[in-house]
Ligand binder design. Structure first.
Ligand code: HEC
Ligand code: HEC
Length: 146
């Protein structure tokens, strides 16, 4: 009887620990791309492709000279390689909740719903005002990236 209780307690703790880790972890695609990592990770962490639709990524890749107030332009070959990578790994256009006309991940319905409630006190606690600073709260599945 005592052993059974102990076993269930350990099991419950194990589940709790997994749930916490899962929540903090952001998945990056299994397919790696060195150019995406270096070019799109130069000014900020390289954002998880699944967080935006393919259509949003394509629009962003067409206007890199005016990228959120910065010039993030690339030579044509690099631009095409990264655009193709994002096309393969972005969310399908039918996932409307992963799309935002501002092309910001943080403006998508999916991001906003997942970060409702718990996010506001968390942002205050970390002293980080930018929701786009994912590593303030998350670990990436690929540690080298973040
Ligand atoms: C020259 C610096 C620079 C480079 C290079 C760069 N970015 Fe950005 N990016 C920015 C800035 C600045 C912002 C706005 C950050 C903010 O306001 O939080 C931004 C924002 C973003 C956002 C929106 C984040 C949000 O608020 O949800 C995405 C997505 C993004 N960049 C993707 C990319 C991709 C893809 C590439 C590679 C093609 C790239 N960036 C290269 C500077 C850069
Ligand atoms: C201030 C802290 C904070 C920042 C910054 C933040 N997140 Fe989160 N994120 C959370 C918390 C907390 C949750 C869990 C919310 C819940 O489960 O109620 C979460 C949940 C998620 C989920 C859902 C995970 C799942 O397993 O269901 C994804 C995906 C995600 N965040 C991606 C991102 C990305 C990408 C960025 C950057 C653009 C980001 N987050 C920025 C705190 C943050």
């Amino acid at each position: 009887m005592r052993t059974t209780a102990l076993v269930s307690l350990v099991a419950a703790l194990g589940v709790a620990a997994c749930a916490t880790q899962h929540r903090e972890r952001v998945s990056l695609p299994a397919e790696k791309n060195a150019l995406w990592r270096s070019e799109c990770g130069a000014c900020h962490q390289a954002f998880p492709p699944m967080m935006l639709t393919v259509g949003n990524w394509q629009a962003m890749m067409r206007e890199l000279e005016q990228h959120f107030g910065e010039d993030a332009s690339l030579d044509e070959a690099s631009r095409q390689e990264i655009a193709a990578y994002l096309q393969r790994n972005g969310a399908p256009d039918s996932y409307g909740r992963h799309s935002a006309s501002s092309l910001r991940i943080t403006d998508t319905a999916y991001f906003q719903r997942r970060h409702k409630g718990s996010s506001v006190p968390l942002w205050r606690r970390t002293g980080e005002n930018k929701p786009s600073n994912c590593p303030a709260c998350h670990k990436a599945s690929d540690e080298q990236l973040w």
